[in-house]
Design a protein around this ligand. Sequence first.
Ligand code: NAD
Ligand code: TDX
Length: 350
Amino acid sequence: MMKILVTGGAGFIGCNFVRRALRVKKDWKIIVADALTYAGNLENLEGLKEKYNDRYDFIKIDIRDKESVDELFKKEKFDGVIHFAAESHVDRSILGPLAFVETNVLGSVNLLEASRKYFKSDKSRFLHISTDEVYGALGDEGFFTEETKIVPSSPYSASKASSDLFVLAYHKTYGLNVVITRCCNNYGPYQFPEKLIPFMIKRALDGEPLPVYGDGRNVRDWIFVDDHNDGTILAFEKGRAGEVYNLGARCEKRNIDLVKLLIEKLKACLKDKKDFKEPEIAFVKDRPGHDFRYAIDPSKAESELGFKPKISFEEGIDLTVKWYIENEGWWRRIISGEYLEYVEKQYGGK
Ligand code: NAD
Ligand code: TDX
């Protein structure tokens, strides 16, 4: 049995990863380590202990706390770490960058230090989940490859880029067995309703206007979360030590087109509900430093790892819209006072 630590496993991508990995990797024991911040939710992992028993465990731990991290690594002797834990929302990083430095930089270095000292063997691997945002913005043309210069724009992406550099330094300096993946924008079930897709669905269901930043022409490259997670497993198992792999599904959309598509999908799903009214789109003040376009070239992951996304955008969006309609209780329960305060600060009651 391989003992794998999954940090941030109670968050959006992490919880989808844990469910998938427990199903397909029958020789893995997964220990989820998560601080349960506003974005982490134990409900996302419900039923796993009962179903997988001694192949699954959860431990509440803050990766900023070096002593607790050291203690965990000393005790468990991991065969691998898959590091999802992070502060992940760009707009929050603009309102308050420090939490991003503490978790994304310091927290990641705490994990690297513990891995270097207490990993079970030289074969134990540290997989760092990074983002295409470290490459900054593209114009109308071109794609991000693994050779693209790192020029992050936001405090969030600067903190992720910084942790990437530490991960690579631990490979060069200490010979730690590391791999980095950089994925494009994910969507799917369990995404916190602050990110574009679930935020717009929530607003539409609540009859509120949909705030599109700037002129809505910014482009994002989208991937269904399960496809990202299949790429994560491949990179963990087949990636070459010290290498970076871009993951993406070649699926660019302008924000405004995506928001209009979501309205159409919601209208189709809710056609029998008389109280659902078509929401208005409100063009609001642009995000400072808003990257114009992201577009991933995933050729290296395709050729070296055999990475191949399976879910089309049409299928993935249908599934996601349906999930948020059917799981209204889930997102209503996580919208706390803190969430309302954040929305007020970010959107000013609009
Ligand atoms: P998320 O915000 O939904 O979840 C983050 C998780 O990390 C939460 O469970 C939270 O409780 C936990 N966490 C935060 N601070 C912690 C701390 N100090 N100690 C322990 N746990 C802590 O994020 P997500 O969207 O699932 O993203 C997961 C990872 O994937 C992040 O590293 C992010 O940078 C990366 N990523 C995300 C996307 C995307 O589109 N969402 C795309 C590419 C890469
Ligand atoms: O209300 C909004 N209005 C709007 O126009 C929100 C929340 C977003 N947007 C725009 C900004 C972006 O161009 O939509 C696009 C997507 O925004 P987010 O969902 O905030 O994602 P993004 O900033 O692209 O970052 C995401 O992808 C890369 C994740 O949050 C990161 O964690 C990941 O690394």
